[in-house]
Design a protein around this ligand. Structure first.
Ligand code: AHM
Ligand code: MG
Length: 328
């Protein structure tokens, strides 16, 4: 459809989610509603980000502004927005968030789902108007409804995800998600307040030219990584690093490339968090035909042991991840 705006607006995210419910004949619609809750919160966060420089939400948490209101950092604001949307939605019983030390029990007794979320990732870019993102994973709770939330509910392997996605607050805002049947991307049309399907059935290029790493780490990473990076340079590949996982992942997903966050002397387990950063992107990567490992194992096969566990992450085009593995 060509809108009066002069460009294509077709299927809205709401319509798409509703149509896709038919893929799950026994579905009750709760997962669909949960995805809509996340989309709504992301619109609010996109609005806050869009005026961040004006609205006293950049800078350190804990200061009070001239009106005597407490200033909140954008990542704290995002955490509040997503938690509130998930609480009100009613489908989620517990949330694991980068912003909270413990599991948040939302007191939704009938909530079937558990969400792990990084409400605003890319902390070094938040205050400087560079792309940032939200990352989310959705699991089915395993203990009976109404019982207290247990470790089993929140420490599930990535392979148990029922849906996952991210929102990229970049030069435009995009929501990309999977329910295990391919990956679809939606672009936000601000004046209409809707996400529209813009990237149907995303397939990651099998290989690519981009390698993505914080080069400052290289003096303290393993020899295999250094060898791979040298091979990339010899082959004339392109180095690109934003320092926002969602943005770096998204670019490589569309263009073909590999993102590396290895273990280093400073971060022996790497930096990226398994539960609310690596797992969602690993699910998306695999659904798009790509690959994600910690250098030894498939990310989705790792049994989490703690909420904020870190993992090395190598993710992107299949042939590039495989090539890296020949050096490890
Ligand atoms: P954060 O959760 O504190 O934002 O850290 C995660 C971010 C990722 O978005 C990004 O890929 C990585 O940290 C960048 O790390 P570094 O600054 O070490 O390059
Ligand atoms: Mg993060």
């Amino acid at each position: 459809d060509i809108s009066p705006l002069g460009y294509t607006v077709g299927v809205t995210l709401d319509r798409f989610i509703k149509d896709k419910q038919a893929d799950f004949p026994f579905a009750t619609g709760e997962l669909s509603q949960l995805l809509r809750d996340i989309a709504l919160a992301s619109k609010i966060v996109a609005r806050e980000i869009g005026r961040a420089g004006l609205s006293h939400v950049t800078g350190a948490f804990g200061h009070t502004n001239v009106q005597g209101e407490e200033q909140q950092k954008l990542d704290v604001v995002a955490n509040i927005r997503f938690t509130r949307a998930l609480t009100k939605g009613g489908e989620v019983c517990a949330v694991v968030s980068e912003e909270e030390n413990e599991v948040i029990d939302l007191q939704n007794k009938t909530g079937k789902y558990v969400v792990a979320i990084d409400p605003l990732d890319g902390s070094s870019n938040i205050d400087v108007n560079v792309s940032i993102g939200t990352i989310f994973s959705i699991y089915r709770r395993v203990t009976p409804q109404g019982s207290p939330i247990s470790e089993q509910d929140v420490l599930q392997k990535g392979s148990q995800q029922v849906a996952a996605g991210y929102v990229l607050y970049g030069s435009s805002t995009m929501l990309v998600y999977t329910t295990g049947i391919g990956v679809n991307g939606f672009t936000y049309e601000r004046s209409l307040g809707e996400f529209f399907l813009s990237h149907p059935a995303i397939q990651a290029p099998v290989t690519g030219d981009i390698f993505t790493i914080n080069d400052g780490l290289t003096p303290s990473v393993g020899l295999g990584i250094v060898e791979f990076l040298n091979a990339c340079k010899r082959k004339g590949r392109t180095s690109r690093y934003i320092g926002s996982l969602v943005a770096d992942f998204h670019r490589n997903l569309l263009k073909g490339g590999i993102y590396l966050y290895p273990s280093s002397t400073k971060n022996p387990s790497g930096k990226i968090r398994l539960l609310y950063e690596a797992n969602a992107l690993a699910f998306l990567a695999e659904q798009a035909g790509g690959m994600a490992t910690d250098g030894r194992r498939r990310i989705l096969d790792i049994q989490p042991e703690s909420l904020h566990q870190r993992t090395p992450l190598f993710i992107g085009s299949r042939e590039l991840v495989e090539e890296l593995h020949t050096h490890l």
